[in-house]
Design a protein. Sequence first.
Length: 903
Amino acid sequence: MGNENTQVESPKAGAITTTLQSIACGGTGGEMTAVDSKDGKIVRIRPMRIDANYTAEELADSLWTLEVDGKTFAPPMKTAPNYFALAYKNRVYSKNRVRYPLKRVDWEPGGDPAKINAANRGRSKFVRISWDEALDIMESEIRRIIDTYGPYSVFTIGEDGHRESKDLHAGGGMHSTFMSKLGGYTRETRTPDSVEGWYWGAKHVWGSGSNKGLGMIAPPQTGYNSWNVIKDITEYSELICFDAGDWELTQNYGSQFWSRLLKFWEELGKEFVIVDPFCNYTAVCHPEMKWIPILPNTDVAFDYGVIYVWLTEGLYDKEYVATHTVHFDKLEDYVLGREDGIPKTPEWAAERCGVPEWTIKAYARNVAKKVTSHAHFSSGSVKTPYSHEPGRTGAYKLALQGLGKPGVQQLHLNASSMAKANIARSTSAPYSSINQCRMFYPNAQSIPRTMVAEALTKGHAKWWGSPAIVYVETSEQFQEFNYPADPKAALAMQQAMAAAMGKEAPTEEPRINKVHMLWSEKPCNMNCWDGGFNYQDAIRTNEVEFFVTNHQWLENDSLFADLVLPVTTCVEDNDSMGSGMIVFQPHSGLTPPACDRVGESYSDFEIACKLADRFGIRDQIDLGMTQDEWIRYGFDQSRLGEEISWETFQEKGYYFPKLAPDWKELSPGMRLFYEDPEANPLDTPTGKIEFWSQALADNFPDDKERTPMARWIIGGPAEEGWTHDESLWGERCKDYPLLVTANPARFRVHVQGDDIKWFREIETVKVKGADGYYYEPVWMNAVDAKARGLANGDIAKLYNERGIVLCGVRISERITPGSVMVNKGSRVDPIAPHIDRGGAINLISPTNQVSKHCKGFAVTGYLLEVEKLEQAEYDEWKEKYPEAFARDYDPAIGINYNSWVIE
Ligand SMILES: Nc1nc2c(c(=O)[nH]1)N[C@H]1C(S)=C(S)[C@@H](COP(=O)(O)OP(=O)(O)OC[C@H]3O[C@@H](n4cnc5c(=O)[nH]c(N)nc54)[C@H](O)[C@@H]3O)O[C@H]1N2
Ligand SMILES: Nc1nc2c(c(=O)[nH]1)N[C@H]1C(S)=C(S)[C@@H](COP(=O)(O)OP(=O)(O)OC[C@H]3O[C@@H](n4cnc5c(=O)[nH]c(N)nc54)[C@H](O)[C@@H]3O)O[C@H]1N2
Ligand SMILES: [Mo]
């Protein structure tokens, strides 16, 4: 079967052809990149000159400059793509690419329990099948499931997330769009992963926040946008505190903007402090940084120690507190010990967070003395059990120092764009009309991503908070939801949605049922979300009659699938691009295919079209337009036409929107609120910053975990009503005494890129075990390693009651004693149920959510123990699970396709 859907031919034989691409793996676009190809294959990927097709005069109104103290910061004329983009050839031609449709050998369609062999998911191998056979299976299974149970038994997994940068061809919702045309589906909803603690905590302090919903502060008066925060910090801040957040590592996946900005700030003589269990890349790459090691998930103690110093030494902004905040007295009562008899002194804090008392005092006095901003991209400390507490104390610290004053800002994910452009930043928005179901729309029946395992294994689940993340009021967190959905409530939801979208509303209750088919368009739940081993168990039941994934690489969830449909990478598609949030300049461009497609792959959009042909609904999916027409339509729907004609855009291939003429004058960050809180209120119930929340007190009066004000919460046994016992002061820590710091990896974007061989050559990326296998490193302090008889290069078992993950020991002073650091996202390599060789750390993360009423995840700052894997046990496993140890393995890329496919 040819790629008849691609109307642009791949480069001609012989000559080198260059195409423009956007490669970021972050869901949104990255820096513009030039890709050179020959004979339909990529030969190299490199930066490109932004003035390649424009004169300096033509660019003049689009490029910003920042001038402070006689020093200048401006975008480079040569783009600075991230290292992932530059190495992407490894990814496109990885030995791990899915080249053909694959079917698990011992699964047959039809729903016969004897032919599902659910227990073998993640164990048995795959065989190649034709596209016709794959589409036959898809069609017959979807028809059977709908006939037997109704359409809500099809569960579409993986809306949005950090897939590759694509517009028309973007996955994560095409399956939902397709199913919606067949009468419905159960939607897997994303939880506020990047921002858990801000979402569940800080929203109750300073309102819904950026994008109206993410919980990081932004002024309602500017449509919840935070412009000119970088400019304000550059001009006024003397000190920048990175309270959990590794900007040198995490802010560079779109471009190298943040590396360069941090360098510029260094040149301006700014001071930096990083409070972090790990001496992170921001700390090691920038000599001016001061690192304060802290135990994971103890930031609340640290922050209260700091606040105690401020309150007792009068080092806070009293006037601001009086005019901009409410319930300061309650905070005072708690901090000074009037409420519970325990003053939260630096000494009290030191015993809990491991930071010496005098360091806490010095930090407190330094922050109060200097003009200080706090950088929180999403922040490691807000992905922990009870993360609403550090989310709230983080907000309190800013409030006490006059948030919004010149140079006193929260630098966060939606405050990291340099200058406002005149028109919409990208052409991607119009594609929401094709991929209608992507992100943020509620559905008649849904399951939050954090509760899928529970819903599948128990058959029911209950939570609070709607499936939407942005554009929602804080009060939606008080709403209760259930799986299976109540058909009456589901009908009401459908009618409300129809009304909001101006569509005809259904009148009959939907035929709600439990889910029996899983279809993932972003298959990495077990490795990105919480309780991964439980998720594997949930897939391994006959209740799941069919599990299909669309995927480019044979890894993670796809290893557990019954059918894998091969997907193109972003450089193979005929597409367009819009820039994401962390690039030098907003831009739009056309990205024709850079190379021939690998194997028989199609984009998620094309797969939906093929299926739609089988069901006679093609015109409802592509709306009768070719891909070229869609790309033109995207241009027409964007506001690009106000500044450039379609013909010129096509000829030039890319465009930088002009800057808003007044971009420098836009009120920076929270300045409006600072200047006049009455005229520019927050969207909290009182319009002010609330140290204590009446809304929480009214709605969840018995919640001892998220009380109306942030408290030092350590949890405890489940019998006593606690969601977690993941602290150093409970019972579980007797068996599992180490707190893990499970961060994003420098050389992966989440799970993406673990097979890039150029990175795997870097010494710190993997640890070679005595058996020749390259293990994911566990970074341990010498103190903790010595106590366990561990040496560099040892194979170690990381475990708790949820299972065992193998890692390679890397002893380093970069991690504080009491914690070990393992990067999330190393590929799953199952040995047996609840034993994994790949080092996929999220497999053993908590299965419970943030806290009782907060359905988000807790994926770092939890307990485990580390122990050497002795040779005798290794040999025993090898004998017991021979197939796991016999998988074809390439040290340059790790586990690969051949190990799972019978050729
Ligand atoms: N321990 C720990 N866990 C964490 C975090 C942490 O800091 N620590 N961070 C959390 C955060 S902030 C986030 S945002 C999440 C990220 O979690 P996700 O957004 O789920 O992460 P990705 O790994 O980027 O997921 C993308 C998946 O889609 C696949 N994919 C890419 N492009 C396409 C495509 O075009 N089509 C299809 N069908 N598939 C595609 C990729 O191969 C990959 O499997 O992880 C969270 N998990
Ligand atoms: N290379 C790469 N870049 C990425 C990603 C990736 O996977 N790879 N993911 C992207 C995404 S979607 C997001 S949301 C951002 C996240 O960007 P960040 O907010 O910067 O990342 P986090 O992992 O949330 O936080 C990182 C820092 O928090 C520290 N930390 C962990 N636990 C604690 C704690 O309990 N207390 C304190 N004080 N510090 C702690 C970690 O050691 C780490 O240095 O990164 C983005 N950029
Ligand atoms: Mo994220």
